[in-house]
Design a protein around this ligand. Structure first.
Ligand code: NAP
Length: 320
């Protein structure tokens, strides 16, 4: 994928058109009100540093900025072709209807100024009435999710060459089993929360057995969260970081990498962006693993609706 400042390892997506390779670390682009750096500037800087994988979503409102950054990177000669990048975007729940998938993808491609995506994801396994995007989603806006119909439309998008791979996000084992029962193209990816305080062993094992690549989101358990951070403020992790001469963020990202996962971490800060790539030439010890296994586990992102849905995770949290 072109000359990069830091060579980021890649893994092959089993269920993709042409065995697409995904760089193990990507830059997240979920908006944060406090961010002083624009998405466009952050993406250009990330490309300079060697990032090649970018995680967007139609609901983030960043597709235009990501597209402009790609154009600028091409003009500056940071990359010679768009093919050197791995671009993901996601369908929002208001478009999660069989007849709206293709138009939603075409709209995202236009906004991103791209001819194809590398990965198109179903953002959440729920559907809301078409129309205005609100967050959190009022439960009264929800309508039944036609998983089979939606997936058929996703498969059509891949067959048309508009995306190299298709996948899902926030799917439980139960929902993946249902999807696999009718999919002719299995999902290449399940993007879910994975961090040291929500390690998701069961779901990861299941995905591995089915050839589904897991992408970890909120790897630092930060994003728009408030209050004490169960990962970044964890004293045990601070000790591990000191012992390795690394930061807590690097311990988290290294652990995710050692699990064989891919990850999207968001930093728009030049130094932290760089720091997050410095995880490939050292390793955690057995003793570190023992301490990491004792961290209290709890999901950070419990769902996008207000109030929360009681069956979104199919009661799998207790067995993770
Ligand atoms: P995250 O990557 O765990 O944390 C991001 C926060 O951590 C930002 O505030 C960032 O601030 C800070 N940070 C980054 N690197 C750091 C470092 N080395 N040291 C200290 N602080 C650091 O959280 P996230 O944004 O929730 O998740 C990452 C991406 O996953 C998102 O951007 C999005 O693309 C994706 N995501 C997907 C879903 C889904 O439903 N599929 C849900 C959530 C997230 P600075 O920018 O100031 O460095």
């Amino acid at each position: 994928m072109g000359a990069a400042t830091v060579a980021i390892p890649e893994v092959v997506l089993e269920s993709s058109n042409g065995q697409r390779r995904i760089p193990v670390i990507g830059l997240g682009t979920a908006p944060e009100a406090s961010s002083k750096v624009s998405t466009k500037d952050a993406v250009v800087e990330a490309i300079k540093q060697g990032y090649r994988h970018f995680d967007a979503a139609s609901a983030y409102g960043v597709e235009q900025s990501v597209g402009e950054a790609i154009q600028e990177a091409l003009q500056l000669g940071l990359i010679s072709s768009r093919d050197q990048l791995f671009i993901t975007t996601k369908i929002w729940v208001t478009d999660n209807h069989p007849h709206l998938i293709l138009p939603a993808l075409q709209k995202s491609l236009k906004t991103l100024q791209l001819d194809y995506l590398d990965l198109y994801l179903i953002h959440w396994p729920i559907s809301a009435k078409p129309g205005k995007v609100t967050y959190p989603i009022e439960q009264s806006e929800l309508v039944p999710f036609d998983m089979e119909g939606v997936w058929k439309s996703m498969e059509e998008c891949q067959r048309l060459g508009l995306t190299k791979a298709i996948g899902v996000s926030n799917f439980s084992i139960k929902k993946l089993q249902k999807l696999l029962s009718f999919a002719t193209i299995p999902p290449a990816v399940n993007q879910v929360e994975v961090n040291l305080a929500f390690q998701q062993h069961k779901l990861r094992e299941f995905c591995k057995s089915k050839g589904i690549t897991v992408t970890a989101f909120s790897p630092l358990r930060k994003g728009a969260s408030r209050g004490t951070n169960m990962v970044m403020d964890n004293d045990v992790l601070k000790e591990l970081a000191d012992a390795h001469g690394k930061t807590v963020a690097q311990i988290c990202l290294r652990w995710i990498y050692e699990q064989g996962l891919t990850v999207v971490a968001k930093s728009y800060d030049k130094e932290r962006m760089k720091q997050n790539l410095e995880i490939f030439d050292w390793c955690l010890t057995d003793e570190d693993y023992k301490k990491i296994s004792e961290i209290h586990q709890d999901r950070l992102i419990k769902g996008p609706t207000k109030p929360l849905l009681h069956d979104l995770w199919d009661e799998e949290d207790d067995h993770q």
